[in-house]
Ligand binder design. Sequence first.
Ligand SMILES: [Zn+2]
Length: 167
Amino acid sequence: MPQIDLDFGGINDVPEGWFRLTVDKAIYKPNKAGTAMVLNLQLHLTDMPPGCIPGTETEYEQFENRPVYDSTSMQPQVRWRLQKVLAAITGKDWSEDGMHLDFVCEEDCEQFAETEKCSHNKRIPDLEEKTVVGLVVGEEYEGNMNLKVKKWVEDNGSVEFGPDFTE
Ligand SMILES: [Zn+2]
């Protein structure tokens, strides 16, 4: 009988290290509770450190194209984090008042085209298809290991990819 080969050995390896990530989608929408707006980023790992994760035989390369999701609140009291994420993606300094980001309807609907208002989620095209460098770590969430970006840096060649935690 044919069999399905399944390897689960590497599934919980945590690829802590500096990776280049590409932003696939930047979505601007209300949070689940409807109390605040959030910026949700869908990214994937594009370039990674050479070799293996320290202490393991797991090569970083196996994480290529692995999706990474990030959610950042737009609320003023945590805007310091948004500031870092935006700075890393755009290479701009987000420290002034009166700055803005253009958004479009995610569904590209007619109502938005006519009135610039609709109930769909919004996309922020200026943040998409950009690369950024992040210190990626594994984080357990409801029993699954998800990848998270712990630190954000502009993709300008200043960071060596690898398991180096110095800044
Ligand atoms: Zn719409």
